[in-house]
Design a protein around this ligand. Sequence first.
Ligand code: TYC
Length: 102
Amino acid sequence: DGAGEGGTGVALQTRTKTQRPPMYKVLMLNDDYTPMEFVVHVLERFFGMSHAQAFELMLTVHKKGVAVVGVFSYEIAETKVSQVMDFARRHQHPLQCTMERE
Ligand code: TYC
C-alpha cells in the first residue's frame, strides 16, 4: 500500500468479484397422460408464451422428455413451479415441473 520508506500510505484498491444472484432453470417433464393441449395452456398461462411458442416447446418436451421453460430468480422459479403443480393437480393431470440451479 505504498507503506515503505516514508511512504504516504496510499491504499491500493481491493477488487472483489461482483456477486450475481444465482438463477434457476424451470424444467417441464414429459409423461404419458397429460393432454398436449393442457401443457400448451400451462405454458401460455404461466410463462407468457404465444400459442405457437407454447406448442413448439410442448412438442420438444414430448419428444425429448424434458425442456427448460425459463430461467428465473429463486423466488420467481419457485412460484412458477408451485403454480404449475397446483394447476395440474387441480385438473388431475400428472404433469411435473421442477427447478434446478443453473
Ligand atoms: N406426452 C403427452 C401426451 O402424449 C404430452 C405431454 C407433453 C405431457 C409435455 C407432458 O410436459 C409434457 N399426451
